[in-house]
Every structure is written in structure tokens, then in C-alpha cells.
Design a binder for this molecule. Structure first.
Ligand SMILES: C[S@@+](CC[C@H](N)C(=O)[O-])C[C@H]1O[C@@H](n2cnc3c(N)ncnc32)[C@H](O)[C@@H]1O
Length: 169
């Protein structure tokens, strides 16, 4: 459960995960599961030219943002769709069901991309992240195979706790 509207599950001052976007070029970006739009802040500082759209189902988190926000995704395509930790806490959901929900979320997100898709998964080597599901690299590779995503890069360095998959549609 999120403790506040500003809570993203990540450390509030930690923007490192977004550096993975430097591996691709884009002008339009859908932040799928944006929370309070830390990515928008990072993009503004990056000096990149971009058009940013935030989507989340937490209206309270979106209300903190000064960018275009949606609880229903606009019917358009984006150069890149990114899902940074776009899942909920595991709670009492059986882990396989929770993982399958994430797979289906990525499947839906893919429909909005014309070129790239980025998603993350907490590494199974991180033992203390008990509120969230953790993945082996192979499980996430299998997600890509099932969704017909071409893996351009598996970034294991930018965010030490997560695998960041950079894919082409
Ligand atoms: C761990 S937070 C990360 C927020 C943001 N991506 C970041 O990196 O700061 C995950 C966010 O994804 C949202 N989320 C999870 N599943 C979603 C779904 N199927 N549709 C829309 N939002 C979703 C949650 O509401 C939450 O705000």
C-alpha cells in the first residue's frame, strides 16, 4: 500500500532508474504507471526535447503533477512506453497470479508504442524487497518471448535493485 500520494515505492530523491532512457532516442513518451511523475522532472532536467504523457490509476498521485495526466490512456502511439515498477504490492495475491498480472500490464502497454518499450523487474537476488514480487532474469526474458518483444539491452547497472529491459516492438 502506498503511504502517500508522493510515494512511488522508490527512494524519493533517487532518479537513477531513468538514466536507462539514454540508451534510446525518442520524442514522445508514455509513462505507464507514472505515480507522481518523477520521470517528468528527470526529463525536464535532461535537456531532451520530448512530449510526455502520464498514465496511472492513482488519481491522488497524478494530482501532484504539472504535466498532462490520464487515468485512461489517450488513443495514440508513442515512440517509447515505459513501465518503471508498474505493479502493486504483492499483499495476499499468489505470486504467480501477481506476475501474470504484470505480464498482462506490459502486453497492454505495448499496444501504445510505435517503437520502444522499457520495463523493470526487481532482481530475485535482492532478499529484502518483500512487499514486491521479484524476478529472475530468465523469467523476464520469457515475458519478452511471450510478448514478441525484441530485447535491445538488459540494463543491470543503472538501478542496482532492478533489471531494466529495453526492448523494440
Ligand atoms: C512503484 S510505483 C512507480 C511509479 C513511477 N513509475 C516511478 O518510477 O516513480 C508503480 C505505479 O504504477 C501504478 N500502476 C500499477 N499497475 C498499474 C496499471 N495496471 N495501470 C495503471 N497504473 C498502474 C501504481 O498505481 C503506481 O503509481
Amino acid at each position: 500500500m502506498y503511504k502517500s500520494s508522493r510515494d512511488t515505492g522508490y527512494c524519493p530523491a533517487d532518479y537513477h532508474r531513468f538514466n536507462s532512457l539514454k540508451h534510446i532516442t525518442f520524442q514522445t513518451i508514455l509513462d505507464y504507471g507514472s505515480g507522481c511523475c518523477m520521470l517528468f522532472e528527470w526529463l525536464k532536467r535532461s535537456g531532451l526535447k520530448f512530449e510526455y504523457v502520464a498514465y496511472d490509476r492513482r488519481e491522488d498521485a497524478l494530482s501532484l503533477c504539472e504535466c498532462p495526466t490520464y487515468t485512461n490512456i489517450p488513443n495514440m502511439l508513442f515512440d517509447v512506453v515505459c513501465l518503471f515498477g508498474t505493479y502493486d504490492h504483492v499483499k495476499s495475491t499468489p505470486i504467480e497470479e501477481w506476475k501474470n498480472t504484470y505480464l498482462e500490464t506490459i502486453r497492454q502497454a505495448k499496444e501504445y508504442s510505435r517503437k520502444h518499450l522499457i520495463f523493470t523487474g526487481i532482481k530475485d537476488t535482492i532478499p529484502w524487497y518483500t512487499d514486491w514480487g521479484r524476478f529472475s532474469k530468465q523469467e523476464l526474458i520469457s515475458f519478452c518471448e511471450q510478448l514478441n518483444l525484441k530485447i535491445l539491452m538488459i540494463d543491470e547497472e543503472t538501478e542496482p535493485t532492478e533489471y531494466i529491459f529495453i526492448c523494440e516492438i
